[in-house]
Design a protein around this ligand. Structure first.
Ligand code: GDG
Length: 470
């Protein structure tokens, strides 16, 4: 229901709005709150402060008026199909995404993509400036909007501006490739507080600012010529741990988990992978490792099975289409070579599922395998841990996921080392139940003590304090 936009004292700015537009069978459309953890973490703060969420509503070439939904003020930012192609699929996902993930695929640099990035960032900044009350807290999210802090500060120096990067911030040597490196650093420096997943990202950023822009820095503090400060600190993101635990404990989830095991032919061990279909997630290496384990007889397809959920993602970007074809071929070859009737060693699902089904899969899985080549955090690893209510199960985790800094009791792997990965998978598989339970207990303690509420509270408290005491 469209309403007159109100000014807010707490504004979140993100590429996507907090609600998705759904087209109903009769052709009309409706909204549904986005399932992500970010929305549920920020919703209480937003409701308390009459918060507003600025973001794209997901339909190109459509202008939607601001409206209230589920207690939130939503402010849609329009994008044309050209914006989606050049700003979103182009600069955000064809340039920044691979560059920030250690160049695991080649980033492309196109001037027209950059121009679109600048103009869309300006649109988001303008919309945020119109929405924020005097002295409001504005929290900008992620790599698609790195120019917004500076653009916003130029218009509204009264605001407290925070920025959080959900993906890794690359080392200086890689970041330097970017033709627009200075502009992006300057964009981020419009914020009072820039948050990263890990201390290493914050350190990379501070080092770049010192070397490239010649600004003075003292540990996490960057001093601007006008005397203003920007802080760069780590805020490892987390999940709604209690919410996942509750969902996993429900009778219907337990029942569904048993049904999944039955449908898979009652294997003794279920290995599970859950990822967006993305080249950063190390899917090819993981599938190859399982293929070899089955082919060499280290895993018996009569007793063990590997389920891989790959959620469709960025399907119009060329590199993602190629990846999908490669995985289809790889899985097909392994199942064709090793499978028998009713016993394919790999169950590959290119689909997305409701949260309830995800919780049931986590409950059913004896070993969770999370092996990204690079990942800011990786929430799947934390969700699995939160769902293991009886302290069973084992986690195999890449040392290149941000989550490795917290989930230290996982079986750690270097995903580029296929033999090492096979050893870790077997190690987790063969570990005694006492060993698994000891490790799982420690990881559960970490995930429950550091949940998404604590993440949001810490960031907002620091932002408020820093901008009050410059
Ligand atoms: C970025 C960073 C960082 C997946 N498939 C389905 C589904 N999912 C959910 C998972 C999880 C989320 O999507 C994926 O989060 P990840 O953290 O694993 O990865 P990215 O999407 O790459 O997220 C990452 C994160 O931002 C947060 O800062 O951790 O490093 O790359 O929550 O459960 N959910 C449902 N159906 C699916 O089929 N319902």
């Amino acid at each position: 229901m469209p309403t007159k936009p109100i000014k807010s004292s707490f504004v979140v700015v993100a590429n996507r709005l907090a609600a998705d537009r759904m087209v109903l069978p009769d052709g009309s459309s409706d909204w549904r709150t986005s399932p992500g953890g970010l929305v549920s973490a920020l919703a209480p703060v937003m409701r308390k402060n009459q918060g507003a969420w600025v973001g794209w509503h997901g339909a190109a070439d459509e202008v939607v008026e601001p409206f209230r939904y589920d207690g939130l003020q939503l402010v849609p930012v329009p994008l044309s199909s050209d914006d989606v192609r050049d700003y979103y699929e182009g600069f955000s996902n064809g340039t920044l995404w691979p560059l920030y993930h250690d160049v695991v695929e080649f980033p492309e640099f196109h001037r027209e993509w950059w121009d679109a990035y600048v103009s869309v960032n300006r649109r988001f900044a303008d919309m945020a400036a119109q929405t924020a009350k005097r002295g409001a807290v504005v929290w900008v999210q992620d790599y698609q909007l790195q120019l917004v802090p500076k653009m916003l500060r130029e218009q509204r120096p009264d605001l407290k501006i925070g920025f959080f990067l959900h993906i890794p911030f690359p080392p200086v040597e890689l970041y330097q490739q970017l033709p627009w490196r200075k502009e992006i650093l300057a964009g981020l420096l419009g914020a009072d507080l820039v948050g990263f997943q890990l201390p290493g990202g914050a350190q990379n950023f501070v080092r770049l600012v010192r070397n490239r822009l010649g600004l003075q820095t003292q540990r996490d503090r960057i001093v601007h010529p006008d005397g203003r400060d920007t802080r760069a600190k780590a805020y490892p993101i987390s999940i709604d741990s209690r919410g996942f635990e509750t969902l996993a404990s429900e009778q219907s989830t337990r029942y569904r988990a048993e049904q999944i095991r039955t449908d898979l032919g009652e294997p003794r061990t279920i290995f599970l992978g859950v990822d967006r279909l993305d080249y950063t997630k190390g899917l090819k290496q993981r599938i190859r490792a399982f293929g070899e384990l089955f082919a060499e007889g280290q895993l018996d397809p009569q007793e063990a099975t590997f389920v891989q959920v790959a959620t469709p993602s960025r399907e119009r970007v060329e590199q993602y289409r190629t990846l999908r074809d490669e995985i289809d071929r790889l899985v097909g070859r392994i199942n064709g070579d090793i499978g028998t009737i009713g016993r394919p060693p790999i169950t590959y699902l290119h689909n997305s599922y409701p949260r309830e089904e995800m919780a049931a899969l986590y409950r059913a899985a004896d070993v969770m395998v999370v092996t990204p080549l690079r990942d800011g955090m990786n929430l799947v690893a934390k969700e699995y841990v939160a769902c293991r209510t009886d302290n069973t199960g084992a986690l195999v985790l890449s040392e290149f996921a941000g989550a490795a800094a917290e989930l230290k009791q996982a079986w750690m792997v270097n995903p580029y080392d296929i033999n090492g990965m096979k050893d870790a998978v077997l190690g987790a598989h063969r570990a005694s139940s006492a060993e698994r339970s000891r490790r799982m207990r420690a990881m559960r303690k970490q995930v429950f003590e550091h949940d998404i509420d604590r993440w949001a509270d810490r960031f907002i408290a620091d932002l408020t304090e820093i901008s009050q005491n410059p």
